[in-house]
Ligand binder design. Sequence first.
Ligand code: 5GP
Length: 215
Amino acid sequence: MELLQQKILNEGTVLSDHVLKVDAFLNHQIDPQLMVEVGKEFARRFQNDRITKVLTLESSGIAPAMMAALELGVPVIFARKRKSLTLVNDLLTASVYSFTKKETNEISVSQKFLEPTDNVLIIDDFLANGQAALGLASIVELAGAKTAGIGIVIEKSFQNGGKLLRNKGFKVESLARIQSLEGGKVTFGTEGQVPRPTIYSQNQETSVQEVGVGR
Ligand code: 5GP
């Protein structure tokens, strides 16, 4: 997604070889217009997956998840990280090791918002080692529902989360894929992306002719 890549290049800060700060448009201040476009792009990529609910993790997943849910015309649920006085009964919980905070958090969703018939789209701001997405997927499983896909705003493809989730059979769609943050520089990549199918058609004179289909 070109607009998102430009935003990362112009307003992101590389904190280390592994961490990108995007508090100017996603993690603290939020760019609503960018979130509208992010929501449209997620909706386009998951439009045929019969999504009934969007599930994310507070707090940075909420803005992109909300816009995706609005475009898909379904509710959005955010898993809570802290125990709440009003959220006590019938909780579905998972333990998630936080990449940025280096601690394990218990995340919870009230069972009443997830039905076994739900087809859930999981959305998160970043994908590093895949622990947040796996925790959310395990909550979906506890509800007896199905994870139809995982939508990520920024995937760091030099970390192993993308491979882990795709190897488990999840459909993972990332709107920006960062190949490296080395030397304080953001390098975008395409690896990990599902290759675009190339269709070859037989023609009388030449043996094969590339037709090609893209997204
Ligand atoms: P994972 O669970 O995939 O290891 O890490 C994803 C979670 O950690 C996201 O929910 C996000 O909040 C946080 N995270 C991982 N990498 C980064 C990063 O480079 N920058 C920021 N701002 N958050 C990150």
